[in-house]
Design a protein around this ligand. Structure first.
Ligand SMILES: [Ca+2]
Ligand SMILES: [Ca+2]
Length: 326
């Protein structure tokens, strides 16, 4: 089962009457991944930006002397999310590159950071490419109503949004799982080299709207005629990064299997380890010492995404992996 299906199943289970998606950062069941999570192994290293209008429905409108967004520099979205952003403007986009490609490993593979708060989310759809030419969009879904325009200072809510960047606050990445992209001969999921982040035009006017994968206009704050309008891209964090060859893996890299699991997993290791399991919000849910190749019982944990951090007792070397319990 794909991660998205697992999560959807969980949330359908929690709210029998309505399909909803993972809630805001800080709420149980969220998939928001904090910027200091050990899951991030790298950050974007290159970027090109094409800015959009401050108001795509009124292209003559200007702010700070320009009819396009001007706030921030493209380089502000390189590296660790330090709070600085580049504003994309209506329908503007950024294409990010990486020192080493992203691959479709277990669970989430990368995350996109905006700078919003729960009280004001700004959204973007996301695409991936393995050649920098052909881009493929993650299947965005907006459950927000499409009859009343969300106003300039209003916001959609996270539980109505899936595969849409910006659904979490500035300290948390919105994660994406490459396995959710449709298979295509022009897409190599083992070597994603470019991530494209495209501002959602919040207008529900079909002449301007950004539509999700189901044909719904994605309703968000509109108009926003400011020089800092549109998606404020802060960073893209890499979770599953391809390395140049197997020899480049550290000698003591730890494997956990099976993953996903229902009840038990084994840490493959030659020496005693200290193991801590965090939920995706960073709370410790299980902590124990484990002998070589010892089984760990996780049958008491709720299905979902976890982070297993293993410290080799001798070297103190840390290794973090995603664990999916289904
Ligand atoms: Ca994946
Ligand atoms: Ca927007």
């Amino acid at each position: 089962m794909k991660l998205s299906q697992i999560l959807t199943a969980i949330f359908i289970g929690l709210s029998a009457n309505a399909q909803t998606y993972p809630p805001a950062d800080g709420t149980a069941g969220t998939t928001a991944i904090h910027k200091d999570s050990p899951l991030y192994v790298a950050w974007a290293t290159g970027i090109t930006v094409e800015r959009g209008f401050i108001s795509i429905t009124n292209p003559n409108l200007t702010a700070s002397g320009s009819n396009k967004a001007t706030f921030g520099l493209p380089s502000d979205a390189i590296g660790y999310p330090d709070g600085n952003v580049v504003s994309l403007g209506d329908a503007g986009h950024a294409i990010l590159t990486f020192a080493s490609p992203i691959y479709d490993g277990e669970g989430f593979d990368f995350a996109v950071f905006e700078n919003g708060g729960i009280a004001f989310l700004e959204l973007a759809v996301v695409e991936a490419s393995s050649d920098g030419i052909h881009f493929f969009r993650f299947p965005a879904h907006s459950l927000t109503q499409t009859t009343t325009q969300i106003g300039t200072f209003e916001t959609p809510v996270a539980t109505n949004l899936n595969n849409i960047a910006g659904k979490y606050s500035g300290n948390f990445g919105t994660p994406f799982d490459i396995s959710e992209l449709e298979d295509n001969a022009l897409l190599d999921k083992t070597s994603i080299t470019h991530i494209k982040v495209i501002d959602v035009v919040g207008s529900i006017d079909p002449d301007y709207a950004t539509f999700d994968a189901f044909g719904n206009a994605i309703n968000e704050a509109h108009p926003t005629p400011f020089n800092s309008c549109g998606f404020d891209l802060q960073a893209v964090g890499v979770i599953n990064q391809a390395t140049l060859g197997r020899d480049d893996f550290p000698k003591n890299t730890i494997k956990i299997y099976p993953n996903p699991t229902k009840d038990f997993f084994t840490i493959k290791s030659d020496e005693p380890t200290k193991m801590t399991i965090y939920d995706i919000s960073g709370r410790i849910v299980l902590e124990q010492h484990a002998g070589p190749n010892q089984q760990v019982n996780v049958s008491s944990l709720t299905p979902g995404v976890y982070i297993v951090e293993v410290v080799l007792a001798a070297q103190g070397e840390k290794n973090a992996q995603q664990l999916i319990i289904n």
